[in-house]
Design a protein around this ligand. Structure first.
Ligand SMILES: NC(=O)c1ccc[n+]([C@@H]2O[C@H](COP(=O)([O-])OP(=O)(O)OC[C@H]3O[C@@H](n4cnc5c(N)ncnc54)[C@H](O)[C@@H]3O)[C@@H](O)[C@H]2O)c1
Length: 350
């Protein structure tokens, strides 16, 4: 298939690129580098030993999107392009609505004009809010607790309306739980700008000495050890699910909404201990107050993805920690410092 990855230089997108390229698909990336580095393109070229077809496009730019769709006939689109920081979304909700929702409307319009009718969408477990029942099934009540979550829910609904209006349009909503880890090469991984919002990159930065200690938000949750429990999933397992979802859309000709998690809850302290074991480093931490809007436990029932896609997570917490540590120890400053080159700067300003 000829596949367009919107937001494909981001954390999950670049791992999906590797899986899709390995399966023989012809993959194009579009991104505006608002939360990624041009370095990713060089890394992908090194890993795949072939050039990457890349277009610098902002999803909010309708003309640029139309031009992109005129460059080649795509069979399917995977839509990763979104802003994703919960805290930032509370401070700048309009930016999130504009980037995520307007960007998605533009993409759907460009797809309609180009008659591209297969879409895989990066949704999130955030659409379940504070779950009533665990593990969470796809038919659980949907509710959101912040503007970022609202954009994901609205995007799912917009895509659902497009499917209803055009019976030939096919979509797969993939509700990710907590992606962590990195490609086994250690050449691509999660590189958050500024202070990490997620636990694993924070632990990684403590491990390499970029941060003094980890703040653990709440030690009195009703969980195994008082710290919050989440469903961490290796990013390569997640990446593989995108290829499986694209196959499903082509094979079954039906829409799909599935959870992507391991089904296993892991506490903050369990993850810290797993990381200490993988890295041999001590991770100092301090228990601080709970954060507003946090919940005690979130983990998936991933059985629908197994039944429909034949997909299940294969990597355990040890593998997640091992690969996260390999990425961070090989790239202590992420993509930024060591490898920045003139060609990166040229790409970034092109
Ligand atoms: N990482 C997570 O914990 C997580 C969990 C659930 C869902 N998701 C969703 O998965 C998707 C990918 O997440 P990620 O972790 O790879 O994030 P990321 O920020 O690393 O990747 C997103 C990419 O989209 C690009 N982008 C953003 N807005 C754009 C725009 N207007 N035009 C063009 N490109 C744009 C960014 O530059 C970045 O490269 C997002 O939609 C996110 O909401 C992520």
């Amino acid at each position: 298939m000829r596949i367009l990855l919107c937001g494909g230089t981001g954390y999950i997108g670049c791992h999906a690129y590797l899986v899709l390229a390995a399966r023989g698909h012809e993959v194009t990336i579009a991104d505006n580098f608002s939360n990624s580095s041009p370095q990713v393109l060089h890394r992908l070229e090194t890993l795949t030993e072939s050039s990457v077809n890349f277009h610098r496009v902002d999803m909010r730019d309708r003309l640029a999107l139309a031009k992109l769709f005129s460059t080649r006939r795509f069979d399917a689109v995977v839509h990763f392009a979104a802003l994703k920081a919960v805290g930032e979304s509370c401070e700048r909700p309009l930016d999130y609505f504009d980037n995520n929702i307007s960007g998605t409307i533009n993409l759907l319009q460009a797809m309609r004009e180009a008659e591209v009718r297969n879409l895989v969408f990066s949704s999130s477990a955030t659409v379940y809010g504070d779950p009533e029942r665990l593990p969470i099934r796809e038919d659980a009540r949907l509710q959101v607790t912040n503007p970022y979550g609202r954009t994901k829910l609205v995007m799912e609904e917009l895509i659902g309306d497009v499917c209803r209006a055009d019976p030939a349009f096919r979509s797969a909503n993939l509700r990710y739980f907590n992606p962590v880890g990195a490609h086994e090469s250690g050449m691509v991984g999660e590189d958050p700008g500024g202070i990490p919002n997620n636990l694993m990159p924070y632990i990684c930065q403590v491990a390499v000495g970029l941060r003094d200690k980890l703040s653990v938000f709440g030690g009195d949750w009703p969980t195994v050890d008082g710290t919050g429990v989440r469903d961490y999933i290796h990013v390569m397992d997640l990446a593989r699910a995108h290829a499986d979802a694209l196959d499903y859309l082509a094979r079954e000709d039906r829409n799909l909404t599935v959870n992507l998690g391991t089904g296993k809850g892991v506490s903050v302290l369990e993850l810290v201990r797993g990381f200490e074991k993988a890295s041999g480093r001590n991770i100092p931490y301090e228990i601080v107050d709970r954060r507003n809007g946090d919940v005690a436990e979130v983990y998936a029932d991933p059985s629908l993805a197994q039944r429909l896609l034949g997909w299940r997570a294969e990597f355990d917490v040890d593998a997640m920690c091992r690969d996260a540590w390999r990425w961070q120890s090989l790239n202590p400053q992420g993509y930024a410092s060591l490898f920045s080159t003139e060609s990166d700067r040229a790409l970034a300003t092109a």
